[in-house]
Design a protein around this ligand. Structure first.
Ligand SMILES: Cc1ncc(COP(=O)(O)O)c(C=O)c1O
Length: 392
């Protein structure tokens, strides 16, 4: 029998698998590859959060099925987090839902909201699930180029002309942006909210890098804009701010209709996260405001070492204001070969692994992305490798 799975055929294998494979082979040969590939935080989860997990795991009451939408106290804590940080009102009962990481929340939310054929606007290059959640749900993608920044994005959005019956249903945004590190201001969201209301779009904003911001920049929440909840939801992730990537905790907050739709779909699909993880997440949101800046400071120092180092070997980089990435335009001499070939050469000749920009969409092919997951010493070592490669 030869079965056909048309949905799976629409999902190409991750481009990153090619460079990952090369990296693993080099490591098997005993080579020390410095790995800036995947945005997988390397810092340990803060101790109070781990301690709470252990304590809660010992209580048999927490061994049962939990609540799919998240326990009430966890939703209450995210609502307080929004109030404290952004002066935004989120009703924990009707406007907040916990998800199994924000990736799960994003993909199931899109599935819950659309019918096959609906149009979804996504800026590219993009974090792959922003594109593929809509593809999985059978939507038509409308791609907006994000590379030139906020004004250009708005310009492209204003220029989208569809009749009322053909209007896109959803606009997906995410700032600070992975992979391009582009950051925006509250004014950007004011314009987006006004435009979305005018056109009847629902806005999904992914705020995964809320805390990984540098040099005094503060990343706005879309809910700082008056009336945004009428048309928007925002996702937040515990993975980066609290180094909890493996725990799989995220949230979707905002528009009640959307939160209700996702709650309904998830009630069919899962029983919620392991309760001790939810209880420990309350500690993170409630008691760890002092620890988050320490995590951010580690990324900032790595950013500085990497950017200074790259500039010193002639690779011109402007340090980003947010995210855990450096989005680097491939030096002119090598740009022609494309990002996959350049990334392969970096592994082979500099012993440095990065993500090829094409993995985030065709528009990313003149770039590679460094994830700031290696310490300062290894980052310096990587610069030496890149220097030797450039001097060949
Ligand atoms: C923009 C963006 N959103 C969401 C995620 C995933 O977050 P989570 O670990 O909560 O699923 C990532 C991870 O790299 C990301 O870059």
């Amino acid at each position: 029998m030869n079965f056909r799975f048309p949905l799976i055929e629409k999902l190409p294998p991750y481009v990153f698998a090619v460079t990952s494979q090369m990296k693993m082979e080099a490591r098997r040969r005993g080579e020390d590859i410095i790995d800036f590939g995947m945005g997988n935080p390397d810092l340990p989860t803060p101790e109070p959060i781990v301690e709470k997990l252990v304590e809660a795991a010992r209580n048999p009451k927490n061994h049962r099925y939990s609540m799919s939408k998240g326990i009430p106290n966890l939703r209450l804590e995210i609502s307080k987090w929004y109030k404290r940080r952004y002066n935004a009102e989120i009703d924990p009962e009707t406007e907040a839902i916990a998800t199994i990481g924000s990736k799960e929340g994003l993909s199931h939310m899109i599935l819950a909201l659309v019918e096959p054929g609906d149009r979804v606007i996504v800026p590219t290059p993009s974090y792959p699930i922003h594109l593929f959640a809509a593809t999985i749900a059978g939507c038509e993608l409308i791609k907006i180029n994000v590379l030139e920044g906020a004004d250009s994005i708005l310009d492209q959005l204003y220029k989208l002309e569809y009749s009322p019956s053909q209007q896109p249903k959803i606009l997906v945004l995410s700032f600070p942006h992975n992979p391009t590190t582009i950051c925006v201001t509250k004014e950007f969201f004011e314009k987006v909210v006004a435009l979305a209301k005018d056109r009847g779009w629902l806005v999904i904003h992914d705020l995964a890098y809320a805390d990984l911001v540098f040099d005094g920049y503060k990343a706005p929440s879309i809910f700082e804009v008056e009336g945004a909840k009428d048309i928007a939801v925002e996702t937040f992730s515990m993975s980066k701010s609290y180094s909890m990537a493996g725990w799989r905790v995220g949230f979707v907050c905002g528009n009640q209709q959307v939160v209700a739709a996702l709650t309904r779909l998830k009630s069919y699909l899962d029983y919620g996260m392991f309760q001790p993880i939810q209880i420990a997440s309350i500690i993170a949101l409630r008691d760890c405001d002092d620890i988050v800046p320490e995590i951010t400071a580690v990324y900032q120092k790595r950013r500085d070492v990497l950017c200074k180092g790259l500039n010193s070997v002639g690779w011109e980089i402007t340090p980003p204001l947010g995210t855990m990435f450096v989005w680097a335009k491939i030096p002119e001499k090598y740009r022609q070969m494309g990002s996959l070939e350049f990334a392969k050469q970096l592994i082979a000749k500099a012993k440095v692994a990065v993500s090829p920009g094409i993995g985030f969409g065709q528009e990313g092919d003149e770039y590679v992305r460094f994830a700031l997951i290696e310490n300062e010493e290894r980052t310096r070592q990587a610069i030496q490798g890149i220097k030797s490669f450039f001097n060949e």
